[in-house]
Design a protein around this ligand. Structure first.
Ligand SMILES: NC(=O)C1=CN([C@@H]2O[C@H](COP(=O)(O)OP(=O)(O)OC[C@H]3O[C@@H](n4cnc5c(N)ncnc54)[C@H](OP(=O)(O)O)[C@@H]3O)[C@@H](O)[C@H]2O)C=CC1
Ligand SMILES: N[C@@H](CC=O)C(=O)O
Ligand code: NA
Length: 408
């Protein structure tokens, strides 16, 4: 049970009928037949891990689905320090869930959570963990969740772009149990990038190359910093704004070192390799570290432990970035940080490039826009293009919630 005050508990929805194998049957004798069918079939119990920017927004979006139509029951929240779990009293729309979690005396215990969730898996009753952290430790738990039939939905790139052993364990566990691993929001946030790629590959199209701007942070930084003019705002000031807008990783160095893009390229490469009908020329990446990546971080700033300290030291290197901007401008070009998965050529790489001021990367991007171009056999000379905001809480949470709906 939740260890919270009576006052807090009063905002949790109380079922009138509850059946241990089917969960809610209804919350009022006035429920209509259609409402009852929504709440008795295809129920999906959801446990959210990580209640930061994306996690909080996801919870709000989840709780905003009309009660009559939602298939979801939000039964557990876990932050880095506390946890709550109560399958019999799911968190209700309008509940002060932050206070509930803050009032809990329970520390996170993932072994117990796995057992509690596994006990709920049943026909017509699915269970999903949503990992909204950027934690390697939480990512390492995915095989254990999946083995027990618990689906995993996540914007966290760590598992699918990390060590190949973990990646393979995820695939195997999902295959064995039928539980799903869904990670749309790991690339392009809410943009339909992974789903588009999976459909291209599953329907037998041959992906020749994927190229684009994959980082909302890098997009924002260079859209603002490098417009074709020789001068403009200081690099460090724009990085600070990108952080304030919620585009950066918890540590902004994870964006500026190119690793965030390298992780996304690894996820795309592995999605192609695992779905293709025939072998491709893509390298079998041991991890995102195998991607050829050109970091933007000056060596003096490498390994700085906190994001705050990193940001405070970045102005020391503003002159360096201003020079890069001026050099590009002298050639009538802009700077953009791009990624390429060259399937035909077997190359996966990320780095800062110069583009003519008339190129779509210079003219059509704004804010945190991502642009992803799929060059495939069927799309011939004119690529399939996905473009739009590629970072930020609202669009990322939407990508996560969209994946949850795929479980219905
Ligand atoms: N922001 C964006 O635009 C996008 C983000 N993503 C991904 O979404 C994920 C979340 O990003 P964002 O919300 O911006 O980051 P935040 O830093 O705002 O949130 C991460 C949360 O995870 C919590 N956390 C860390 N470790 C654990 C743990 N072991 N158990 C439970 N909770 C933990 C942190 O708690 P505490 O603060 O206490 O450490 C923090 O609240 C990341 O993986 C990111 O890459 C993907 C696409 C876009
Ligand atoms: N920090 C990332 C967030 C989304 O993946 C980015 O800037 O793209
Ligand atoms: Na996406």
């Amino acid at each position: 049970m939740l260890s919270v005050s009576r006052h807090s508990l009063s905002i949790i929805r109380k079922p009138i009928l509850c059946n241990s194998s089917q969960g809610y049957i209804g919350r009022s004798h006035l429920l209509s037949i259609s409402t009852m069918s929504a709440s008795t079939s295809n129920k999906i119990y959801v446990a959210v891990i990580g209640v930061g920017l994306v996690g909080s927004e996801l919870i709000e979006q989840l709780l905003s689905i009309p009660r009559q139509t939602t298939p979801f029951e939000l039964i557990s929240l876990t932050s880095s320090t506390r946890t709550i779990f109560d399958a019999a009293n799911p968190i209700a729309p309008g509940a002060a869930w932050k206070s509930l979690l803050a009032a809990s005396a329970q520390k996170p215990d993932y072994k117990t959570l796995t057992e509690q969730l596994a006990a709920l898996v049943a026909p017509n009753q699915k269970v999903a963990v949503v990992d909204n952290t950027s934690s390697d430790d939480v990512a390492a738990l995915y095989p254990a969740f999946l083995e027990k039939g618990i689906s995993v939905v996540t914007p966290n790139k760590k598992a699918y772009s990390g060590d190949v052993g973990l990646y393979e364990r995820i695939l195997n566990a999902s295959k064995a149990s039928g539980a799903r691993f869904l990670n749309e929001a790991t690339v392009g946030a809410g943009l339909p990038v992974i789903s588009t790629l999976k459909e291209l590959v599953a329907t037998g199209d041959k992906v020749v190359k994927i190229e684009g701007v994959f980082s909302g942070t890098m997009s924002y930084i260079f859209n603002e910093f490098s417009t074709g003019k020789p001068d403009g705002p200081a690099f460090s000031s724009i990085v600070s704004i990108a952080r304030e807008k919620g585009y950066t990783e918890p540590h902004p160095a994870d964006d500026l070192n190119g690793f965030d893009v390298a992780r996304k390229l690894t996820i795309l490469s592995r999605t192609i390799s695992s779905g293709s009908r025939t072998q491709t020329a893509l390298p079998a990446l041991q991890s995102f570290a195998s991607v050829q990546t050109a970091s933007l971080i000056p060596s003096a700033l490498e390994g700085i432990p906190t994001g705050d300290e990193f940001i405070s030291r970045l102005p020391e290197f503003d002159a360096h970035f201003s020079q890069l901007r001026a050099d590009a401008s002298a050639e009538d070009k802009v700077l953009r940080f791009v990624g390429v998965v060259d399937v035909a050529g077997g190359i996966v790489k990320a780095g800062l490039e110069k583009y003519s001021t008339t190129h779509p990367f210079a003219t059509s991007l704004g804010g945190s826009d991502n642009i992803i171009m799929f060059h495939t056999e069927r799309y011939g000379a004119r690529p399939l293009i996905v473009q739009g905001a590629g970072a930020g809480a609202a669009v990322t949470a939407m990508g996560v919630l969209g994946d949850l709906f795929k479980l219905v």
